[in-house]
Design a binder for this molecule. Sequence first.
Ligand SMILES: C[S@@+](CC[C@H](N)C(=O)[O-])C[C@H]1O[C@@H](n2cnc3c(N)ncnc32)[C@H](O)[C@@H]1O
Length: 218
Amino acid sequence: MPTSSSRPTSKQPASWAYAEQFVPEDDVLQRARERAADLDLEPVSPGVAATLTVLTAAGGARTVVEVGTGTGVSLLSLLRGMGEDGVVTTIDSDGEAQRAAREAVADDGIRTNRARFINGRALEVLPRLTDGAYDLVLLDGDEREYSAYLEQAHRLLRVGGVLVVDDALFKGRVVDPAVRDTSTVALREVARVVLEDGNWFPTLLPSGDGLLVAVKHS
Ligand SMILES: C[S@@+](CC[C@H](N)C(=O)[O-])C[C@H]1O[C@@H](n2cnc3c(N)ncnc32)[C@H](O)[C@@H]1O
């Protein structure tokens, strides 16, 4: 029997929609979303975008790694929360998407050297980045590779750094034990490891399609 605080109510969907749209998006972000639609890519949701800005601003992040640049919705959101010296290293295997993201950064008036674009496969690029040098790592790439990304993220983050995993609920598939495709199993495994391996302070936020956020403590 659910407790009164966990019992769903008929007003919940409207509340979730209200929360997702709580921070209105400007024209620059909307244009980045339109470019994503043109390229058939799925950017982070408005609620996740606002959360990324809050996380980089609250933590005073200066160095961030992003897996999955797309057309730059999450990239802009991360950069907007960072100071003028903040740099995001963003990795994507799709050069066309990264060209669109470059346009979005220019469109926003952000100094171009604050976004370090690396065109390549995440598992070839991540091992070349420096240990313990990053304040936040965002995973929004190929879900099937998330266990390997997680190992790299733990290595790259300083103690106190923040791991963020988008699509952590994966359209309802993660919570349904009958769903066993590779991406869903990989997302479940990442959530389990973050919860159980003793290195993280984790939480799973119901933003967008689920946002796993964890602070590295060891
Ligand atoms: C969901 S989109 C990212 C959306 C972006 N974070 C945003 O909010 O605009 C996922 C991106 O991951 C990239 N990707 C997929 N597999 C990859 C891999 N193995 N290495 C690097 N990038 C990859 C895709 O090309 C795609 O642009």
